[in-house]
Design a protein around this ligand. Structure first.
Ligand code: NAP
Length: 258
């Protein structure tokens, strides 16, 4: 993989918000050429403008639902037509609808898998022929993939499958020198997290302190992550500095997976 500076090519999903947006901003400020994919076309446009202002070598805006296999294939093809082969792929698109064992509906269960798991599969399958040999892939999963959480049954199960599928794909792609790693964030200050908090201040302090009633430890570092904290790990794993790192699942959660 060429260094992620001046002209390296990258595709980022979930680019319109939160962690995906932070990844785009960090890649842009290093001069990468970036394809932004999100279901929210307006958000893609806004983040695309930011990326250009920050110094992206090129920006390609793609609106697609990652659960739609054909739409993802078309979007990846457009990205490669515009940018050429990809040096880096970061998959951050995801959803979380709270619900425990007795609450989760069949539709909610299915949608988590369609977006969080099959959506990543679609990106890996569409991306594989377009990735350069020695490219790097990072999939944003969740610490819930490995730590049981109350009220997050479908989300956690879909993310555990996502982490596993990424590492299996990485094992197959290693022969081409393509690295695949998984970043598993904890509570990160984005729209997804804030929607879980009915009272924003109370939500933050309860998350930091933990809650024995739901078997949840707090965050030892006593801070909610900024999207940039997670994006920094994603960008490190996409970079040449991580050239000997593959098939890893790395928590970025301030110690919450204790
Ligand atoms: P976010 O701010 O809601 O951003 C997610 C982005 O993905 C949004 O722009 C969203 O569009 C887009 N998206 C959702 N479904 C999509 C689909 N089917 N196709 C294409 N784009 C889609 O959330 P975030 O916190 O940055 O989440 C990024 C990733 O980090 C997710 O995979 C999430 O599970 C993971 N994560 C987050 C946290 C956290 O505390 N924030 C913790 C652990 C893991 P809309 O706005 O239109 O929905």
């Amino acid at each position: 993989m060429v260094g992620l500076i001046s002209g390296a090519t990258a595709l980022v999903t979930g680019a319109g918000s939160g962690i995906g947006r932070a990844v785009v901003r960090q890649l842009a400020s290093r001069g990468a050429a970036i394809a932004l994919l999100d279901q929210d076309a307006e958000a893609v446009g806004l983040v695309g403008k930011e990326a250009s202002e920050l110094g992206a070598a090129r920006v390609v805006e793609l609106a697609a639902d990652v659960s739609d296999r054909v739409a993802v294939q078309d979007a990846f093809r457009s990205a490669a037509d515009e940018l050429g082969p990809l040096d880096a792929l970061a998959c951050a698109a995801g959803i979380l609808v709270p619900g425990g064992l007795t609450e989760v509906t069949p539709d909610e269960w299915q949608r988590h898998f369609d977006v969080n798991t099959t959506g990543v599969l679609h990106c890996l399958q569409s991306g594989t022929p377009l990735l350069r040999d020695d490219a790097a892939v990072v999939v944003v999963s969740s610490n819930a993939a490995r730590v049981p959480r109350t009220g997050m049954l479908a989300y956690a199960a879909s993310k555990a499958a996502t982490s596993a599928l990424t590492r299996c794909a990485g094992l197959e792609l290693a022969a081409r020198g393509i690295r695949c790693n998984v970043v598993e964030p904890g509570s990160t200050d984005t729209a997804m997290l804030r929607e879980l908090w009915r009272d924003p201040d109370g939500g933050a302090s309860a998350t930091l302190a933990g809650d024995p009633a739901s078997y949840r430890v707090g965050i030892p570092l006593q801070r909610i992550a900024e999207p940039d904290d997670v994006a920094a790990m994603v960008c490190f794993l996409l970079s040449e500095e991580a050239r000997h790192v593959t098939l890893q699942q790395i928590y970025v959660d301030g110690g919450a997976s204790l």
